[in-house]
Design a protein around this ligand. Structure first.
Ligand SMILES: [Zn+2]
Length: 813
């Protein structure tokens, strides 16, 4: 904001400036008087700077709207004087002091005695390089078609045709938009634009083009381009004042561009602006006698603009030459007081044949094989004719792929759609029929060869859930392991859990866990965003798009079916042998030899299935030796197991693939027995049942629970991890060895009327067996009526496809 004091000072200085600026010719009758307002000034915050190379932010030589507005204003002043007008101008310098308040400019306009007022600007979309918006628009005061001063609307309509007929630029829409400022800025009421408000003469504001459309910003750096816009204003004034026939000279102008080379310095362009403007082209204007009338060399500011001013009417030849291009000429007709546009598209002299100057992969016999999805890249010495190169391109054995061109067709990339074959020699040829942009072919074929690696896909090492598995319904995690590191950033898009109705169960993306550089294998662990429904079937799908960090994909999609269960469900009332509520007394036993095989940190964890805690075992084996054992001693349980009992332990697995055991010790402490709890091949809680201790324990002895044991597996998995155990139970053995087949389910549980079995294959029969081992009901179908049996725990045998699956069910009333 300017203070009142400085404003006074500016007005005083301006009075003197105006005297100097106003050109007075002899006071001829009807001499029109034009007031010129080149918008903005001073390279300040209210000016408009577009930062384009080679200029940096704030460089006053770069694009500033105040610069181009002033050049347009100077041109208009010069041309109007030649045409016999009287002129006033609001600034002749580009300093902060000359950037007058708009109300001051209006006061000067009103007191100048001028007939019309032109405020000269260019426009901005505010989106810079991202938008290709370029069209002219202008404003008078009032509503559109309801101007405060009808002469203002007339003045704008007389100017518009001479602005829109600019053929040096490329418009995004071919219409000059004429607006009343109150309609354009409806939020401002009838405030309108400051230089139009209170202006008592015919007054307009013109936004000639969009200066933040970058090709236009480069043109506006050219004084002659701005000069032509000044000439267009003069034509508008001539038309308004009925003076079009009074001036006897015209002009020739245009833009010189490469005929095909694409511009790569700007992101968004329209039409011919996509091609490179030619810097340093010599343009000569020759009269009909072949005499050079004028010459112009295009500047180095990437606009290709040339101009010949004040040319007498007649027929001329415009001749363009440049050391890198074939010359070109065109005949033009110049009319009095009119613009002649003549653009040139020059053909480059590509004076050597095209060739591949660099490429990848660079491979020689004996080199390491190439990745099976390696893109093929070629760089040429010339901009290439894409079609002829693509036709000349072959790869053997054939591979489907995508070709992309970059850098104005100097660079080509072939990306295979799927991986190359493994352990294969590929031969890639660009035949010599490939042409550069000038149409010349290569001298010889270009050939490259490479061998591929022996791996072209990512492979599943393990997954949970697997086909037919059961998964604890609450806070479930899906884990997927692969032989190489998974590209994790968008992996959640390629793995899905789907319920029985086909709806996806989402991931809790904030809690994803995935492999890091240096891990032994790839993994993703995705927590589900909500709990599953007990008893319902789900499936998990991994898309082929799942990639490793080298971009190799799965060979085929993976799909596994699983069932949600409640691992805490107990049938009957088994005795709790050990609730694992505290870690007191649990510790890693000393191993054999001097070197410990690993460490286990035993703590109480709130990730539990029963009570308030579980027992957490955070272990780390020292190495990857198969069979290394770590024993965790436990306080001896008061409750005893005999060979007639079943042992139930709830285990939170970490998919270590290590073998897990429970130790039972006789009362004398002389006999340790290991109960095999199986391989930890799951994630989350599972109820692990050893139904029959008859094969493990000695007769007539009572055994306490005294510890657990973890045995390292043969793979790289399970060297370190965290597992948990909760409630160790003692149940009555059914006396029948129980084998539960994956994929066979039995329910409901507890059952009242019927028990129904479902399996992947045909169920041929079922048997209901009581705790004494007697069959109490049977049926040759997939259901069995239990309404007549005594409530209690039963075994259900399901016969399917020659196999038998046994399940424990409670019958209740
Ligand atoms: Zn402006």
């Amino acid at each position: 904001m300017k203070t009142a004091i400085t404003m006074k000072k500016i007005i005083t200085t301006l009075a003197g400036m105006l005297l100097a600026a106003v050109f007075s010719v002899s006071m001829a009758q009807n001499q029109p008087h034009v007031f010129i307002n080149p918008g903005h000034g001073g390279h300040d915050s209210d000016d408009r700077n577009v930062v384009i190379p080679p200029f940096t932010q704030g460089d006053t030589l770069g694009f500033w709207e105040s610069n181009s507005n002033l050049w347009k204003g100077f041109a208009l002043q010069e041309i109007l004087r030649k045409k016999g007008y009287k002129t006033s101008i609001s600034r002749i310098k580009n300093t902060t002091a000359d950037d007058l308040p708009l109300s001051t400019i209006v006061a000067l306009s009103n007191s100048s005695g001028a007939d019309v007022f032109y405020s000269i600007h260019s426009n901005a979309s505010g989106h810079g390089e991202a938008y290709a918006v370029n069209f002219p628009m202008g404003f008078y005061r009032g509503y559109t078609n309801q101007p405060e001063n009808p002469n203002s609307m007339l003045l704008l309509s007389k100017l518009a045709p001479y602005i829109i007929d600019n053929k040096s630029t490329v418009w995004s829409q071919d219409k000059y938009q004429e607006w009343g400022d109150w309609s354009f800025q409806p939020g401002w009421g009838t405030q309108g634009y400051g230089v139009l408000r209170g202006n008592r003469i015919a007054a307009i504001l013109d936004e000639g083009s969009f200066h933040d459309y970058y090709p236009e910003a480069y043109r506006l750096l050219n004084h002659e381009y701005c000069w032509v816009e000044g000439f267009s204003f003069s034509l508008g004034a001539d038309d308004y004042f009925g003076r079009l026939d009074l001036f006897g000279e015209g002009l020739v102008t245009g833009t010189i561009r490469d005929d095909r080379l694409l511009r790569t310095d700007i992101r968004t362009m329209i039409g011919a602006d996509k091609r490179v403007p030619v810097n340093g082209a010599l343009v000569r204007l020759l009269d009909s006698g072949g005499n050079v009338v004028d010459e112009y060399t295009t500047d180095n500011l990437r606009n290709g603009i040339y101009l010949f001013k004040y040319v007498a009417p007649g027929t001329y030849t415009v001749e363009v030459s440049h050391p890198d291009y074939f010359g070109k000429s065109a005949e033009v007709v110049v009319n009095a007081n009119a613009k002649t546009y003549q653009n040139f598209d020059l053909k480059r002299q590509r004076n050597t044949p095209p060739e591949v100057v660099s490429y990848s992969p660079v491979w020689e016999e004996g080199d390491a094989p190439v990745r099976c999805n390696e893109p093929l890249k070629f760089e040429f010495n010339w901009d290439m004719d894409a079609e002829s190169v693509e036709q000349a391109f072959t790869i053997d054995p054939p591979v489907e792929g995508t070709i992309q061109w970059e850098d104005a067709n100097y660079r080509m990339t072939f990306t295979p759609n799927d991986a190359y074959q493994v352990d294969t020699r590929y031969t890639v040829t660009i035949g010599k029929s490939a042409k550069h942009g000038g149409g010349t072919e290569m001298v010889e074929d270009f050939v490259l060869q490479f061998d591929t690696q022996s791996r072209n896909h990512i492979y599943e090492l393990a997954m949970f859930p697997r086909e037919g598995s059961q998964m604890h319904y609450k806070s479930a995690n899906v884990e997927f392991r692969t032989d190489s590191l998974i590209e994790a950033y968008d992996a959640f898009n390629y793995m899905h859990v789907i319920d029985k109705d086909g709806n996806e169960v989402g991931w809790n993306k904030r809690s994803l866990k995935f492999n890091e550089e240096g891990d032994d294998y790839g993994f993703l662990r995705f927590p589900l965003s909500k709990d599953l429904t007990v008893g319902e079937d789900y499936h998990v799908v991994v898309d082929v798009e799942m990639k490793d960090t080298m971009g190799l994909k799965l060979e085929a999609p993976i799909e596994y079916h699983f069932t949600a269960v409640d691992a805490a469900e107990t049938i009957g009332s088994p005795a709790v042998v050990e609730p694992f509520e505290a870690a007191t007394g649990f510790a890693l036993a000393a191993g054999e030899g001097d070197t410990p095989v690993g460490t286990v940190k035993v703590t109480a964890s709130s990730t539990k299935l029963f009570g308030s805690k579980s027992l957490q075992l955070a272990y780390e084996f020292a190495g990857q030796n198969e069979g290394d054992e770590m024993v965790i001693d436990a306080p001896a349980s008061e409750e005893h197991f005999t060979r007639n009992d079943a042992l139930v332990l709830h285990i939170f697995g970490d998919m270590s693939f290590n073998h897990f055991y429970a130790r039972l010790t006789n009362e004398a402490g002389t006999d340790d027995r290991w109960v095999d709890l199986g391989v930890i091949d799951f994630v989350g809680w599972q109820r692990v049942v050893v139904d029959n201790l008859k094969d493990v324990l000695a007769a007539d002895e009572n055994y306490s629970f005294t510890g657990m044991k973890m045995v390292k597996n043969a793979t790289k998995m399970g060297r370190k991890g965290t597992m948990r155990v909760d409630n160790l139970l003692k149940d009555h053995s059914t006396g029948v060895s129980e084998t539960t087949l994956a994929g066979v389910t039995v329910g409901p549980n507890p059952a009242v009327d019927y028990v129904v079995a479902s399996a992947g294959s045909f169920v041929t029969g079922m048997e209901l067996i009581n705790s004494a081992g007697q069959t109490v009901a049977r049926n040759g179908s997939n259901f069995i009526n239990v309404s007549g049996v005594t409530p209690g725990v039963y075994l259900v045998r399901v016969y399917t496809n020659g196999m038998t699956s046994t399940h424990k069910v409670m019958v209740a009333r």
